[in-house]
Design a protein around this ligand. Sequence first.
Ligand SMILES: Nc1ncnc2c1ncn2[C@@H]1O[C@H](COP(=O)(O)OP(=O)(O)O)[C@@H](O)[C@H]1O
Ligand SMILES: [Mg+2]
Length: 365
Amino acid sequence: MSTKMRLGVVYGGRSAEHEVSVVSASAVLREADSARFETVPFGVTGEGHWLTPQESQMQLKRRIAPYHNRMSADVPSLLERQDVLDELRAVDVVFPLVHGVNGEDGTLQGMLEMFGIPYAGCGVAASAVGMDKTLQKRLCDEAGLRIAKYMVVFEHEWESGRGDVIAAIERLGYPAFVKPSNGGSSVGVSKVSSREDLGEAMRLAFGIDRKAVVEETIVGREVECGVLGNELVDASPVGEVIPAGDFYDYRAKYIEDSARLIAPAELPTGAADRIRERAVAAFKAIDGEGFARVDFFLPEDGEPVLIEINTLPGFTPISMFPRLWELAGVSYSELITRIVELGLARGERDAKKDSAAATEGVANA
Ligand SMILES: Nc1ncnc2c1ncn2[C@@H]1O[C@H](COP(=O)(O)OP(=O)(O)O)[C@@H](O)[C@H]1O
Ligand SMILES: [Mg+2]
């Protein structure tokens, strides 16, 4: 009998990062320690429908250039797929690698909780907050982290009386960044230099979410730090992104691949330690567990400004997060093991609490 742990890898999904997720999953399926894990792929199509491991394998075998590999299949939704559910029931732990909607945002995590399947990465609340730029800013602000001056604009406010909103935005000043609160991959993010460009920027942001964040532009170096751990959290060395264009937009990330990712970043004395310390604090502020990448700007004065927390950072072997851990001496394969172990430890801890609560409930009934 095999004593290997069955590691389900869920990837693909509905977001603009579907293809990146397929590349990450292919690497995880290949590099996960084969002495410990038997990997079981679960592809999720661009429509959000789950495939069986066999169907997923077939999609993975298609020889299409990386980043063009979008899964699509005429299959019904998960609820109607007993075969997928049976396969899912048979895994020991899941590594969710779906970015964005129904993957990174706490919903997949919630489903796995309901099914009683342990999983890697942040839990339900931290995933949901990690996806929502407004909520994470509030928590990080309260924890004393430096954030950009910002305001939240709801679509209905913008539609009903934008005069006051525009006045408030102009108090923040141009150029301003306009983003969907729940988003990613820079989709719907604009840098706005004048009132004339505001309408289009808001329209793009509201195409993604009912809530937009408008924030002051921070001038500084764009730096990123990985965090790893449950109760005890480690921070990786710090990396730097140098976008070729005006900012790190969708084109730079996925179409032109033009940004330079530098790891480790060459930083003034003390700056890297400060970033690492703030990264852990931000992760704790959102109640993070498992792993995340925390992004900052480092202005001239040396005190990092938090930009965002990514609870499912890019996970291809050349993505910043694995590269930063590689620098810390943790290989890609070892990183997978550590992340899965953290997920299992959390699952075990919480299962004990669930059963203790249930016993208590009976006693009190
Ligand atoms: N306040 C800001 N000042 C300067 N640049 C910013 C600011 N906010 C975002 N950016 C730029 O826009 C990019 C995308 O914004 P980000 O908040 O990270 O959204 P996403 O979740 O889509 O990655 C960042 O990587 C950075 O280059
Ligand atoms: Mg970002």
